[in-house]
Design a binder for this molecule. Sequence first.
Ligand SMILES: *[C@@H]1O[C@H](CO)[C@@H](O)[C@H](O)[C@H]1NC(C)=O
Ligand SMILES: *[C@@H]1O[C@H](CO)[C@@H](O)[C@H](O)[C@H]1NC(C)=O
Ligand SMILES: *[C@@H]1O[C@H](CO)[C@@H](O)[C@H](O)[C@H]1NC(C)=O
Ligand SMILES: *[C@@H]1O[C@H](CO)[C@@H](O)[C@H](O)[C@H]1NC(C)=O
Ligand SMILES: [Zn+2]
Length: 961
Amino acid sequence: MAKGFYISKNMGLAGLLMGAVAVVIIIALAAVYDKEKTKNQNKPVDGVAMLTTASPTTSSTLSTPKDPWEHYRLPDSLSPVSYNITLWPRLVVNASTGLYIFTGQSAVVFQCKKDTDLIVIHCNKLNLTLLNGHHARLTGLDGATAPTVKTSWLQVKTEYLVIQLNGKLTAGKSYRLSTDFQGELADDLKGFYRSEYTEDGGKKVVATSQMQATFARKAFPCFDEPAMKAVFHITLIHQRGTVALSNGRDVETVNSTIDGTEVTMTRFEPTKRMSTYLLAFIVMGQKFTYTQFVFVDTNCLQVRIWARRKAIAEGHGNYALNVTGPMLNFFERYYNASYPLSKSDQIALPDFNAGAMENWGLITYRETALLYDPAISSVGNKERVLTVVAHELAHMWFGNLVTLRWWNDLWLNEGFASYVEYLGADYAEPTWNIKEQTILNDVHKVFAVDALASSHPLSRKEEEVNQPDEISEMFNTISYSKVLYVLEHLLQQGSLCSRTSPTFAFNNTVYSDLWDHLQKVILTTPGMSLPHTVHDIMNRWILQMGFPVVTIDTATGHITQKHFLLDPDSVVDRPSPYNYTWLVPIKWMKGGVEREQHWLLQETGISNARSEWVLANLNVSGYYRVNYDMDNWERLLNQLTTDHTVIPLINRAQIVDDAFNLARAKVINTTLALRTTRYLSQERDYIPWESALRNLNYYILMFDRGQAYGVLQGYLKMQITPLFEYFRTITVDWTRVPTGHNDQYNQINAISFACRMGVERCRVLTSDWFREWMLNPDHNPIHPNLKTTVYCNAIAAGGVAEWDFAWQMFKNATVATEAAKLRSSLACTKVPWLLNRYLDYSLDPAKIRKQDCTSTINYIAGNVVGMPLAWDFIRARWNYIYTEYGGGSFSFSNLINGVTRRFSTEFELKQLKQFKEDNARVGFGSGTLALEQAIERTTANIKWVAENQEPVMKWLANECT
Ligand SMILES: *[C@@H]1O[C@H](CO)[C@@H](O)[C@H](O)[C@H]1NC(C)=O
Ligand SMILES: *[C@@H]1O[C@H](CO)[C@@H](O)[C@H](O)[C@H]1NC(C)=O
Ligand SMILES: *[C@@H]1O[C@H](CO)[C@@H](O)[C@H](O)[C@H]1NC(C)=O
Ligand SMILES: *[C@@H]1O[C@H](CO)[C@@H](O)[C@H](O)[C@H]1NC(C)=O
Ligand SMILES: [Zn+2]
């Protein structure tokens, strides 16, 4: 799935190198995957050994092993070969049950790997029709005789259909298991589900699917683990006049009549051998349509973009279509493998939980991640389309063709796709400097989470990730971004690309095989060397959580490292095999000149001529923070104020971010961090400003309800005003938009921060713009880039009239990105009753879509007035929210994170703990970890405010005079 990504700047070279690594990884995983099938056969059939390691003390009945169906992992006695699946979704409600349903038949041919009298197959929330008195029918193939069924039942907790046989299945023989079933086509965004939207005043229903991670079992009985690959023969039955899509091209469409109902049956070409989590089934009315073009090169690839008819008619699919072709070509060259399928469909769904899902050949998107309207969408919207499309297309090879063996290795899958996504995006839009623009977003995000004692290593043991909730917790920021740095450590080492010859042996887990191969490449490449083995370097980064702060004493030349923890008092109770030390590559410069790279722990040598500044982690190419002796800090600060352009752009952002975080961790003084913001009155670039704003945001969050806020606002107003005026000038009094991609982002920042800090000209500007629109609703004078901030500030400065107007515009909005902007801006009002009413709306699916509920509450919580209202709201309704929105939903942990962000008092901590206790029985699902993190963060905030409020106020007061 799609999230953010990070990429380094010296990409020209590294990009080339990555090409080689891509091929290596692909080969490595492909080989490992095939190996694993054999390896699995040696495991005990019931997987007991695995589980006892995981929880040796959970029960006193250790001597009586659990039955296979009580384990969350499938036994390894059976292996699927192919499925025949026929599904018939009904897009109208069933009059007698009041439900939307689908019916289906499925037959799976599997091979028996080990004699067994037990069939365990995933099946969740399906009503199976009894066949000869049992839940399924078993047939022997190729002369094998199938034993008769003794008994069968559904094991609800572990989501299995269990069938006990009267005799044994024989190793080496194949069998077919057939089922007939009925399921609910619910609007729960999981498995085969229904998506509803309104168009032309009427309700429209689309049947669609989301299988990752564990929901294919809700569509048909299947061996629902990523390594259980098979070929799928899919037929969809649907109402005449509707269109059906699946992973492959449709090969046959026939009209027929079933039980008196006129239907069309669409049969699809058999899929490639693939994992269940990548399947997709969609049935939609004629209201949906597509734009398409067919590549005329080698394999006549069919490329189509699907969306609501109106969106396509207005050309909103064109941008995605424009970039898909070049990117597919790029990836073919990059992976050195042609696109594996005969078609590529991408569809924008009105109701979708993740940003996008890389179903093989039929990628599903939120509308905002695929559709782009030049007249209405902002530069950020466009970039989102570009990067998400690139990410999903990258998965068509990495992830889909070559697949992780189990979810514990999700980091490899997502991290790699997130890396390659950048390359594809940069190829399609070379002038955007995406690398610069996004580098800090992801680094900083990952740093923030990974600096907590409750973080976790990138790679988890397979047996630590079993249940659906644990699997969905793997989809977090650390999985997605950390690996990029880690890989880059190796890439900087030289020309990996010159050798990719694939003569290597693989064993064990995926990543260690990869290290073996990289090691061989390095050993056999002339001129390449590393001071340590690839295993030594890489395992330290992926098997232990966190990252170091590297301290350079320029007087003595000493370099040291220490595990960086944001809360200095937190206790790490997770042992590390490496004692939390890393092999750190240190790129650095002295007096503006780049010097030779060091490997920390190997040597030290950064001595100083005392007058020149030293800067380490050049362009932030390594995953660590840097601290210096005070003299060097002074020299750096001095350089920033005299001529900041001497220091590379990315490092200006790094200095600010490192300083603020080191201060939070009490490694340096808070005032030193604040001093890195002094030069900002001269800074005109986006990246450093954005870095500063994010860090200052913490100060704003901690202080905006207290007495320090006055001076803080005063200082920041002083710093932002020159930037605001700069953009006023270069846009000729706000009549144009800057040409540079990053300048466009910076203009948005300048306006939104200036307004927030109370720059009067800014308030007038935004309120006037909005009023102009209110007077003439058909003509919106606000540039798409500026809409979010102008709406928000005008609504914040206004009252019920502004709010109701925006709500009306939200309801009328036909473009998803426009609706999203209004939806976030509606949370900006300062009027409590409007905020409370909006909270109520957020749980009413007729007003706010289910997929948008948690983010809407988060927007409200982001507002200083709305925060306590939102907290009361979710506490009062936790049970309901959890039942309706919890479970496997990915945005669930965001809700807890969002609402508790400002928490910084003992009273709030008490409330948080009470909340945890009160709802222990209800549970927190995929938000469990987030809740722990919220408690930890609140504790740290309390301490921070107690220690810093005084000195910060003093420093600020001094600056303001
Ligand atoms: C699927 O259907 C095809 C054609 O009807 C048949 O040849 C094949 O054996 C079936 N496979 C399974 C798994 O039932
Ligand atoms: C499945 O069976 C249960 C129990 O009979 C029933 O309540 C439910 O509505 C059925 N679901 C569907 C989709 O038919
Ligand atoms: C099936 O029926 C639909 C609507 O009645 C018609 O448009 C279509 O051409 C028919 N398709 C075939 C293959 O006969
Ligand atoms: C798509 O490409 C065409 C042809 O190059 C161009 O005219 C059009 O403006 C592009 N559309 C978008 C939205 O970028
Ligand atoms: Zn992904």
